[in-house]
Design a protein around this ligand. Structure first.
Ligand code: CA
Length: 229
């Protein structure tokens, strides 16, 4: 089954919300709504949408303010939907990181076409970003595959999840707590012995010399780190 793409609608006009919600739900998207900048930021963190459809005239400020803030921590595609149709406004939004701009009123076919393009663009970006290579170790986060040299490695799901978390951290240390809660669950955050066992198994598969690892290094008392140049 294809995963449902989650779309966050940021809009304060209930009629437009109703229109967008019906059109997008009919096309099998999952919908969440925020009617202010403050709520939109909160929903982006909690709901983790695949796309944001953004109005510009919001009760607590201009949608561009939200877009700027969002771009400081996220690349998710943003489709602006606004009655403002000046070229300056449109270019201004694209300049600060909007993916597309739609002038209201918009018909359903056009809306859906633009949503599809924005989502496709994002998934291509993600595929490209999601292959991480460190020397001859290749971690394909999109296909959940790991290879070393020319050889594909057979990791267990938990070994893979641990390696993927480290890979996504871009060379930063990932704490014991974060690894345990992400892979085993919040109730396991004190079970650091799990990590010693599973990291041992993981290293046996990816490291030439597990006693002196060149990929996954231990930060004593803190966590683990994938050595990315
Ligand atoms: Ca508005």
């Amino acid at each position: 089954m294809k995963a449902v793409s989650k779309i966050l609608i940021v809009e304060d006009d209930p009629h437009i919300v109703h229109f967008l919600r019906s059109a997008l739900q009919a096309a099998h998207y999952s919908i969440d709504v925020a009617d202010s900048i403050a709520q939109a930021l909160e929903r982006c963190a909690d709901y983790r949408p695949a796309l944001v459809v953004l109005d510009l005239g919001l009760p607590d400020g201009d949608g561009k303010t939200f877009l700027k803030t969002l771009r400081s921590f996220s690349d998710i595609p943003v489709l602006i939907l606004s009655a403002r149709n000046s070229e300056d406004e449109i270019v201004g939004c694209l300049d600060i990181g909007a993916d597309d701009y739609c002038v209201k009123p918009v018909g359903v076919p056009e809306l859906l076409a633009r949503v599809r393009v924005a989502l496709r663009h994002a998934s291509v970006m993600q595929q490209r970003d999601n292959v991480i290579q460190v020397d001859d170790l290749v971690i394909d986060l999109f296909q959940r595959r790991v290879s070393l040299g020319q050889q594909e490695l057979h990791l267990t799901p938990k070994e893979y999840d641990l390696l993927a978390l480290l890979a996504q951290a871009n060379g930063k240390v990932v704490t014991h707590r974060r690894l345990l809660s992400a892979v085993w669950g919040a109730e396991f955050v004190d079970h650091t012995h799990y990590l010693r066992i599973y990291m041992g198994n993981l290293r046996a598969k990816i490291e030439q010399n597990p006693a002196s690892p060149r990929f996954v290094v231990t930060e004593p008392g803190v966590g683990y780190r994938l050595l990315i140049e």
